[in-house]
Write a protein that binds this ligand. Structure first.
Ligand SMILES: [Zn+2]
Length: 151
C-alpha cells in the first residue's frame, strides 16, 4: 500500500538521509542523526512555551491578592451548592467562584447577579479538551464518510 511506505519514511527524514550521502566533510567522524533538525525545532518551541509559562506564573504570584477577590469561571472539584439558589453543583460542572470572601454560584445566578467572571485555567483546559474531542469526532465521521464514498 502506498500509504504504508510514506509513513515509514516521511519527507523530512528522507531529506536528511540525502544530506548524509552528499556531505564530503572529512573532519566529521560521526554523521549527524537524521532527527537532529526536528529535535532542535521542538526544543526551541518547548523553550518558548516554558518562558511563557514562567511569565504567567510570575504575574500570577505578583497579583495573587487581586486574583483572590475576583470571580472566576471554574470547574467544580468538590460537590457543593450554589450560595444563592442552593442548586447542587456536582464535580465537573461549571460554576463561578471567588476565593475571598469565599462564594460559589451556579451559572444562572452569576448572570442574574450580573457577575462578569473570567475564565480560570482549569476551565480553559476543560474547554480545550472538549474542543479536541469534538474535532477528533468530526475527523472520524469525515473519514468514515470518505470510506463510504469510495465503496
Ligand atoms: Zn444558583
Amino acid at each position: 500500500m502506498g500509504l504504508e511506505t510514506e509513513r515509514d519514511c516521511p519527507p523530512a527524514q528522507r531529506q536528511a538521509r540525502a544530506d548524509l550521502t552528499t556531505t564530503s566533510d572529512p573532519v566529521r567522524a560521526v554523521p549527524p542523526l537524521p532527527h537532529v533538525k526536528e529535535i532542535r525545532m521542538s526544543y526551541k518551541s518547548r523553550e518558548k512555551r516554558r518562558r511563557a509559562r514562567l511569565a504567567i506564573e510570575r504575574t500570577r504570584s505578583e497579583r495573587r491578592e487581586t486574583m483572590r477577590g475576583r470571580h472566576y469561571l471554574c470547574v467544580v472539584s468538590r460537590d457543593g451548592c450554589c450560595n444563592e439558589c442552593g442548586t447542587s453543583l456536582r464535580i465537573g460542572a461549571d460554576a463561578v467562584y471567588r476565593h475571598t470572601p469565599r462564594e460559589i454560584f451556579c451559572l444562572n445566578c452569576s448572570s442574574q447577579l450580573a457577575l462578569k467572571p473570567r475564565p480560570s485555567l482549569a476551565w480553559e483546559r476543560k474547554e480545550q479538551r472538549k474542543r479536541k474531542k469534538r474535532r477528533a469526532g468530526f475527523l472520524a465521521t469525515y473519514l468514515a464518510s470518505l470510506e463510504e464514498g469510495s465503496k
